[in-house]
Design a protein around this ligand. Structure first.
Ligand SMILES: Nc1ncnc2c1ncn2[C@@H]1O[C@H](COP(=O)(O)OP(=O)(O)O)[C@@H](O)[C@H]1O
Ligand SMILES: [Mg+2]
Length: 235
């Protein structure tokens, strides 16, 4: 079996703010294999964003172990975590976070720029191809404020793949879009995942999207519902 890209072993998370303890996640174990498209669903406040932030090395668990590409991430210092985030993980959020003063192509290449101009140049042909693949070939030199919400989010999807990550984490990426644009963005994520072999972990409120994922992870009050196997389903 393929080595998992992400593994969680009895992960828990409690937020501490002064004297206030907020336990949010309990005993979460599952793994994501390469190329898998996983949907995370659950009610508001159930802990979906917290879970994604832990897997994306944006926050630290208070119990259990997380491994990214077999590396136990609690062993990494902040600099190594930032490097792993930059080089091995991609992110898409509900809001696109594109930089308004840069063009579409420059925005898509921004994660490469952080690795140096040479590297950015080397990735430009690939990013042009990807922008073309999502129907934005005539928008390369346009700035994000001139695009529709759906087009902006398509740029964000392409940007998430800039450093050829092992896995992309998407937190309600269609939550801010009308249903037609949302569908387009979802279909693009699925297609790009398949074509590039990149695993996607997407939080969604939309049951229709969840039904089309390789696997659904349900979370209720911070606990997994059912027992996901960690095997790639649906194929
Ligand atoms: N930084 C924080 N400090 C304290 N509690 C938090 C913090 N972030 C989130 N929470 C709480 O954790 C729970 C889960 O939040 P979240 O992961 O954002 O849920 P979801 O994304 O499923 O809506 C909520 O009760 C929320 O209020
Ligand atoms: Mg959330």
């Amino acid at each position: 079996m393929a080595q998992p890209v992400v593994e969680l072993d009895r992960v828990g998370k409690t937020y501490y703010n002064g004297d206030v303890e907020t336990p949010v996640l309990f005993d979460i174990s599952f793994s994501i294999v390469p190329g898998e498209f996983v949907a995370i669903v659950g009610g508001s406040g159930s802990g979906k964003t917290t879970l994604l932030n832990l897997m994306g090395l944006l926050d630290r668990p208070t119990a259990g172990v997380i491994r990214v590409e077999s590396q136990e991430v609690s062993q990494l210092d902040e600099l190594e975590r930032a490097k792993a985030r930059r080089d091995r993980l991609g992110f898409i959020f509900q809001f696109h976070y594109l930089l308004p003063e840069f063009t579409v192509l420059e925005n898509a290449l921004m994660p490469c720029r952080m690795r140096g101009r040479e590297f950015e140049k080397s990735q430009e042909p690939r990013m042009r191809e990807l922008l073309k693949a999502v129907g934005l070939e005539d928008k390369l030199k346009v700035r994000p404020p001139q695009l529709s919400g759906g087009q902006q989010q398509r740029v964000a999807v392409v940007r998430s793949l800039a450093n050829e990550p092992a896995v992309v984490f998407a937190d309600e990426p269609t939550g801010n879009l009308d249903s037609k644009s949302g569908r387009l963005v979802f279909d693009l994520m699925k297609r790009l995942s398949r074509e590039s072999g990149t695993a996607f972990v997407m939080v969604t409120h939309d049951d229709n999207f969840a039904l089309e994922a390789d696997r659904v992870i349900r979370i209720r009050d911070g606990r997994l519902v059912g027992a996901p196997t960690g095997l790639k389903g649906g194929e």
